[in-house]
Design a protein. Structure first.
Length: 124
């Protein structure tokens, strides 16, 4: 009987650890959170793409940084509205807005660092 109780207690503790690990690592992962400092619209005559300059925290190192985020046709842009996300476009991005960003590919170690946006969520 003692072995059965011990086994049941161990099982409950194990399930608590598993649940805690799932909760701690779940949810959305953002590579950067910050505010848009500037918006750069590309010329139609060049191969440059639209971009935004974001000042905030890069999650990988928990460090403050200014990052130029290139916006491509594949970049998903959303505006948070309560618990919902509404689709948005590059034209909806304005200086002063708070954003969460997921990067696509490497971050180029230039000054300021440059990255391509995979997903942008305007939070405020």
């Amino acid at each position: 009987m003692k072995n059965l109780i011990l086994l049941a207690m161990l099982f409950v503790m194990f399930m608590g650890v598993v649940y805690g690990a799932i909760v701690a690592t779940g949810g959305e992962h953002w590579d950067m959170t910050g505010k848009i400092v500037g918006v750069c619209t590309a010329d139609n005559n060049t191969t440059d793409s639209n971009s935004i300059l974001v000042q905030g925290v890069v999650s990988s190192g928990n460090q403050q940084a200014n990052v130029t985020v290139k916006i491509t046709n594949d970049t998903l842009i959303y505006v948070k509205n309560g618990n919902q996300r509404n689709n948005a476009t590059f034209g909806d991005l304005k200086a002063g807005q708070s954003v969460n960003i997921q990067f696509k590919g490497p971050v180029l170690q230039t000054y300021p660092p440059q990255a391509t946006g995979s997903e942008i969520l305007v939070t405020g």
